[in-house]
Design a protein around this ligand. Structure first.
Ligand code: CDP
Length: 235
């Protein structure tokens, strides 16, 4: 398929994100909270802490323990999904911790835990990336010292075309070379990547093109995150 004849299923350009919704302070009782949506994919995040970690033997005397918990609500997808944690959720919780930890000053809070609860209310692909964006905003809202925000989006290949922020329909695309889903997170104002999670195949020589596409998308995500955080500061 030539570049000119390429059309995404929902009519977007290859580098176009779905409409972003970003809000902060959605859960008053949490220390920090946020909602982040890419189109029909909606994630909320709540942060509690830093607070003393129990049981005590789990405490790290040199730094805080970042504990992320990702959960895809059973009503967020149209198929049947058993409520509660599963291996997929455990894996996403872990990679979310790894994606966020590099921007946090965990050494300032020894012996404590920072709990980050991420719930997916509606899923149309890209839930781990929307969850990371929401969590990054919620951590900033909680006033936890951070060197920067983390921005995250999935890129991919539909047949031969590179695209950003895939929908479920795009992720499931089977024609030609099929689809590739590459979830990426980066520190907003740097070239530091904190998540590179590839599902499918991508030729090594086009990885730099993927990163360029993602960097452009992350600038838009960062602006939306910042705007939402500034709204709260104004109040
Ligand atoms: O959501 P993300 O792309 O980060 O992760 P995934 O494991 O690649 O899942 C892709 C999509 O599949 C999700 O966003 C949901 O739309 C869908 N899904 C589902 O319908 N039921 C599940 N139990 C898990 C995922």
């Amino acid at each position: 398929m030539t570049k000119s004849s390429f059309k995404r299923i929902d009519g977007r350009k290859s580098n176009e994100l779905r409409p972003i919704t970003a809000k902060v302070g959605i859960i008053p009782n949490a220390d920090g909270s946020a909602l982040f949506a890419f189109g029909n994919t909606i994630a909320i995040a709540a942060v509690y802490g830093p607070r003393q970690l129990h049981p005590q033997h789990k405490q790290n005397p040199t730094k805080a323990f970042l504990r992320c918990n990702y959960d895809l609500m059973s009503f967020s997808v149209s198929e049947r999904k058993k409520p509660g944690p599963n291996r997929r959720a455990q894996e996403i919780s872990k990679v979310t911790e790894w994606a966020l930890a590099p921007v946090l000053d965990l050494d300032s809070f020894p012996g404590t835990v920072i709990d980050v609860q991420i719930y997916i209310l509606q899923a149309d692909a890209g839930t781990r990336t929307a969850g990371i964006n929401a969590a990054s905003m919620a951590l900033a809202h909680a006033g936890i010292p951070m060197k920067d925000l983390v921005c995250s989006v999935a890129a991919g290949k539909q047949d031969k075309e590179l695209i950003v922020d895939l929908t479920k329909e795009e992720e499931d695309f089977k024609e030609g070379e099929g689809a590739t889903d590459f979830a990426i997170a980066k520190v907003a104002n740097s070239d530091e990547y904190t998540l590179l999670q590839l599902d499918g195949k991508i030729q090594p020589n086009i990885v730099s093109d993927v990163l360029e596409l993602v960097n452009g998308a992350c600038k838009e995500i960062y602006e939306a995150q910042k705007k939402a955080l500034k709204e709260v500061v104004k109040k």
